[in-house]
Structures are given as structure tokens and as C-alpha cells.
Ligand binder design. Structure first.
Ligand code: SF4
Ligand code: SF4
Ligand code: FES
Length: 367
């Protein structure tokens, strides 16, 4: 098939930047990475990009296609070429470009290392010759986060990192939940305290671009929500974002609505409210905010209250409730009309989690 690509070329040593177009002949099964290989091999040997495994495992080939991060080795070109579209290929965002499609990953790895991405065991050593056993169901809580291949596609599209490059970012925070959610790790509280800093959990703007672009189904934004829920369940709520979240839960429970007009007095106190009174009055005059009193109560507020009660009674606070919701959503997404529940799987689906090898923990020969 005939494939055309426009590639942003850049040389950081000279600052030269140019959009070059390439036309090439590629097999129908070719991926974007295969096409780049053909360009480099037959058209222009100076093109720079990263690759290694060619099978979505190593995380090396992250780049942008038409402004959105992709793994080049996962991106099939057939339909794009058939449609006559000429995609624009460029380096990932939020990381300095070294040359062409190669970015400097040092800031990425610095943030990764700052998460202490290794197990800090918090269990007693089992007797000699025995394993420390964890149920598969418990390990399924971190199933999605453990799929991360550190490709940086989520970081590339992160809004919060654009405005604050010091934000820890979706990949690092997803890695953080990989360990906070691991029942073997003994540093949960220390981690949550650390991750709740100025550039941590609560700086995320919830744009969900990281979920959208992650090629492995990690859903980093959901991991950040789990970290926030775990922090709040342990009373680590000094950040204003945590205070807002706490108020919204209370507001939904009591009225069935998010009463944003009461957000500032409830979370920032009287003094801050007074300083923002002029702004609030301006919004009220323009009809942008409803009057706070009497609070508007939803018709079927009993349902919101009942839900809140169930969450409390079943101990679904923290990440457990979010994991449960994820599995329910995955089931809905992957169910096909006419097929029995669980007839097929997929990344992040309940089925996949349930058939993860090792459902019954393995035991040593001594058992
Ligand atoms: S949801 Fe948060 S972490 Fe994810 S891309 Fe948006 S701002 Fe970044
Ligand atoms: S969370 Fe997804 S997009 Fe981000 S680094 Fe990991 S695999 Fe890549
Ligand atoms: S080359 Fe390894 S993930 Fe693409």
C-alpha cells in the first residue's frame, strides 16, 4: 500500500525545525513504526526515533500522530492510508525534544524514581521454605496499574503538566497506586503523605486525556482517584482538593447535589469567604449561582443517602469502591447483546482479571 507521512523534524543542537513529507510503499499489515523503519532505511537515514520490542511491551516508541500520543508499534496504517489521510507525526509533548521524534526522558524517570517504585515489605517473613501468600482477588486491585510499560503517552497529553511541569504526572501517580494498593507494601501512609504534596494527587485537573491515550488500559486518572480516596480514608486531607472532595461527598449525601456555592465557606473558612464575597456577589447578580439558602434538595435524595449508607456499611471507602466500580463498568462495556455474561474478555475487563494466571496462589514444594 502507498503511505504518506508528514514528520516534524527537529534538531535541538541547531534549533532547526521543519515539517517533511515522505511517501513510501509498505505492506498492508504495516504499523506506524514499520513505516518509520522504511523511511529511515530507504528515504532518509537521518530520521531519529526510538524503538525496541515492536510489540507494545518496551514502551520505547511513544510519539504523537495528529497531535495525540500513540505507540507507533500499535498503530496500524492500513485504514489511514486507505482513507488517503496524511498523518502528522511529531515528538511526545511535555518532554524536551532531543531530535525529531526522540524526547529527553530524564524528567519522566526522575518523577518515576521519586515515587519509590519498589516494594517496601510490610509483612512478617514467612517460616523458612514458605511463601507469603496473597489472594488473587486482592492482587486484582492493582491489575490495571501493573500493566504500565512506562511509555509516557499519558504524560505527553497531561494538561496539568503543561501548566506545572513539576506535577508528578499520570504515569508516576499510577505507579504510586501500584504500590499503595499492594497488600504486601508496608509504606502506605508514608507514600500517601508524600504523594499528597503540592505537585501530587490533587493537582490533577481530571481532564481524562491520560486515560484516553494510554495504550495499555492502565487508566492513570482512575489510579489517581484511588490514591485520593485512600488518602482521604486515612485522614490525609490537608490539601484543598481533598477538602473539596470531602465536601462534595457530604453535599451529595445530604441533598443529592454538588452545592458549589457552599464550597468556599465549607472548605476555606469564613475569612477566605469574606475576601471572595465581591466575586460571589458578581456571580449571583449575573445569575451564575443559585442562592445557597435554602439548599436545593433533589427529589429522590433518598437514593443518594442510601448509596452513601451502603458504601459505609460495606466498607467500600478508599480504592476498593473505585475498583469495584471499574469492574462493573468494564463488564458493561465488554458485554455483547445476546452473549452470556463473561463470554469474552478484553483489557481491563472483569473476565481478564478473573483469569489472570495464579488465581490460586502457588505454593512451594514444602507444601
Ligand atoms: S486526568 Fe489528570 S493526570 Fe490525567 S492527563 Fe488530565 S490532568 Fe493529567
Ligand atoms: S500509564 Fe499508560 S500511557 Fe502512561 S506510561 Fe503507563 S502505559 Fe504508558
Ligand atoms: S517498540 Fe516497544 S512498545 Fe513499541
Amino acid at each position: 500500500m502507498q503511505v504518506a507521512l508528514k514528520i516534524w523534524r527537529y534538531d535541538s543542537s541547531t534549533g532547526e525545525r521543519a515539517l517533511r513529507e515522505y511517501e513510501l510503499d509498505a505492506p498492508e499489515e504495516a504499523t506506524l513504526l514499520d513505516c518509520l523503519d522504511i523511511v529511515k532505511d530507504r528515504h532518509d537515514g537521518t530520521l531519529a526515533y526510538r524503538k525496541s520490542c515492536r510489540m507494545m511491551i518496551c514502551g520505547s516508541c511513544g510519539m504523537r500522530m495528529d497531535g495525540a500520543a500513540v505507540l507507533a508499534c500499535k498503530t496500524r496504517m492500513y485504514e489511514i492510508a486507505q482513507a488517503g489521510h496524511v498523518p502528522v507525526i511529531s515528538a511526545m509533548g511535555n518532554l524536551p525534544i532531543v531530535k525529531d521524534l526522540v524526547v529527553d526522558m530524564d524528567p519522566f524517570w526522575e518523577k518515576f524514581k521519586a515515587m519509590k517504585p519498589y516494594l517496601q515489605p510490610g509483612y512478617e517473613e514467612p517460616p523458612e521454605g514458605r511463601e507469603h501468600l496473597i489472594s488473587q482477588e486482592r492482587m486484582n486491585h492493582i491489575h490495571k496499574e501493573a500493566l504500565c510499560i512506562n511509555c509516557g503517552c499519558c504524560v505527553s497529553e497531561c494538561n496539568a503538566m503543561e501548566s506545572d511541569p513539576a506535577f508528578r504526572g499520570p504515569q508516576a501517580l499510577a505507579k504510586g497506586f501500584r504500590f499503595v494498593g499492594d497488600p504486601r507494601d508496608g509504606a502506605t501512609v508514608e507514600r500517601l503523605e508524600d504523594y499528597s504534596d503540592q505537585h501530587g494527587i490533587w493537582e490533577c485537573t481530571r481532564c481524562y486525556f491520560c486515560n484516553e491515550r494510554c495504550p495499555k488500559g492502565v487508566d492513570p486518572r482512575d489510579a489517581i482517584a484511588k490514591l485520593g480516596a485512600e488518602a482521604m480514608a486515612r485522614g490525609i486531607d490537608r490539601d484543598m482538593g481533598a477538602k473539596h472532595a470531602r465536601w462534595f461527598v457530604r453535599s451529595a449525601e445530604t441533598t443529592g447535589w454538588l452545592r458549589e456555592t457552599e464550597l468556599v465557606p465549607k472548605t476555606q473558612g469564613v475569612v477566605s469567604s469574606i475576601t471572595q464575597m465581591k466575586f460571589a456577589m458578581g456571580l449571583a447578580v449575573k445569575g451564575k449561582v443559585p442562592p445557597p439558602f435554602p439548599p436545593h434538595v433533589a427529589d429522590r435524595v433518598d437514593e443518594a443517602r442510601a448509596l452513601h449508607k451502603v458504601v459505609r456499611e460495606q466498607g467500600r471507602q478508599g480504592a476498593v469502591g473505585i475498583v469495584q466500580g471499574e469492574r462493573a463498568l468494564a463488564r458493561l462495556e465488554h458485554e455483547v447483546a445476546g452473549e452470556p455474561e463473561g463470554a469474552h474478555g478484553g483489557q481491563g475487563s472483569r473476565d481478564q482479571a478473573d483469569v489472570t494466571p495464579g488465581e490460586t496462589p502457588t505454593r512451594g514444594k514444602s507444601d
